[in-house]
Design a protein around this ligand. Structure first.
Ligand SMILES: Nc1nc2c(ncn2[C@@H]2O[C@H](COP(=O)(O)OP(=O)(O)OP(=O)(O)O)[C@@H](O)[C@H]2O)c(=O)[nH]1
Ligand SMILES: [K+]
Ligand SMILES: [Mg+2]
Length: 369
């Protein structure tokens, strides 16, 4: 029997084994066997190196996005349909045991798509290895919350689990600057009225983090949670796209009900299995990420208008340097920019300059690389 057949056999057995106290051990063993076989399949003997399944995936492409959802909502099915990947699909929970990357090319952008093991309530506390899965999601550019059409109530549970590991969905990083001093107490300045937090609360929160002397400049109407996020400085702010899968199984009233439950956040109705709306899904991913075009102009030469660089909106000069050459940041002198982000044509800017669509950019480095 080949590996693939063995896997199939174990999957079938798992599918037909009811979970209870008496079968717990048996199911455990089946899953262990299955995992070993999948590992063998992924890393054939003699391929060298101890490259077992890993949660750490190297980012590639113009952006990285990840599927996050309960078990068996169809994440792997979708990955296989929109990328070049081949992730195991099964009719039982926790078919996917590691992060599986795939590459999707759409409208000139290369987007890395990550498939992940299913998330359940309590995942952030380690249920189902959930904390490792969630940690791997921290660095992506877009989280795709996948639910099946009958379970939109999963969305707030997923948000809660992501929030528990410091991932803030669809929120801007609050504009708060805290400059610590040696003495002088706290001086709090705001540019907008604060309606959700008062100075005493701010002082109390900062005091909890041993910040007693500092200049605080607040430019957003933040609440206490947001201030704590800023103080901890380890939060990821990531946009989301809700994917409602398995619409082939639903009727009109079901679809309506789910649509209402989702409200006005970006979403798309699809069927991975029946290949419904998959082009629309790709468009939505592209659109939600938000790409801009950048024209590179080598020093003293004309800008390359034929082949613009596709970059994420809000990218900085530093992001572009990192994309172009691993030594560009280290050897960076300055950059020149023409176009929408420039105060005047050929403005001289630094690494933190934020670029806009159709800018022209020249990067000047210390020595020829
Ligand atoms: N009817 C229907 N079934 C689907 C659809 N997409 C996936 N499925 C089925 O749902 C089951 C689970 O699919 P998977 O792709 O393994 O789901 P998953 O979310 O990756 O599951 P885990 O890796 O276990 O978390 C499989 O039996 C799929 O064939 C769909 O659009 N419609
Ligand atoms: K599954
Ligand atoms: Mg899967």
């Amino acid at each position: 029997m080949g590996v693939q057949e063995e896997i199939k056999k174990l999957e079938d057995e798992l599918l037909h084994t009811q979970y209870n106290k008496a079968t717990q051990k048996h199911i455990g063993r089946l899953k262990a066997k299955l995992a070993k076989l999948r590992d063998e399949q992924q890393n054939p003997k003699g391929s060298g190196g101890a490259s077992g399944p890993s949660y750490a995936v190297r980012k590639t492409g113009d952006a990285t996005v990840a599927f996050v959802g309960f078990p068996s909502v169809g994440k792997s099915t979708l990955l296989n349909k929109i990328t070049n990947a081949n992730s195991e699909v099964g009719a039982y929970a926790f078919t996917t045991l590691t992060i599986i990357p795939g590459l999707m090319e759409h409208k000139g952008a290369k987007i890395q798509v990550l498939d992940a093991p299913g998330i359940i309530s309590g995942a952030s506390f380690g249920r189902g290895r959930g904390s490792e899965v969630l940690a791997a999601v921290r660095n992506v550019d877009l989280v795709m919350l996948v639910v099946d059409v009958f379970s939109p109530e999963h969305i707030p549970i997923l948000e809660k689990e992501l929030s528990n590991v410091g991932i803030r969905l669809d929120q801007e990083k609050p504009d708060v600057k805290i400059e610590k001093h040696d003495r002088g107490g706290l001086s709090i300045n705001t540019t907008v009225p604060l309606t959700k937090i008062d100075d005493e609360t701010i002082a109390a929160i900062l005091g909890e983090h041993r910040i007693h002397n500092a200049g605080v400049l607040i430019r957003d109407d933040i609440d206490a949670d947001q201030l704590i996020d800023v103080v901890l400085d380890s939060r990821s702010y990531i946009p989301t796209l809700v994917i409602v899968n398995k619409i082939d199984l639903a009727d009109e009233p079901n679809l309506k009900k789910t649509e209402v439950a989702i409200g006005n956040r970006p979403h798309v109705f699809v069927s991975g299995h029946k290949e419904i709306n998959l082009e629309e899904l790709k468009d939505k991913i592209f659109e939600t990420l938000g790409f801009i075009k950048l024209y590179l102009k080598p020093q003293g030469k004309k800008a390359d208008v034929e082949e613009p660089l596709i970059i994420l909106k809000n990218s900085t000069v530093e992001d572009v340097c990192n994309r172009l050459h691993r030594d560009f940041v280290k050897n960076f002198r300055y950059a020149l920019v023409w176009g929408n982000s420039a105060k005047h044509p050929g403005q001289r800017v630094g690494l933190d300059h934020v670029l806009k669509d159709e800018d022209i950019l020249t990067i000047v480095v210390k020595r020829s690389l």
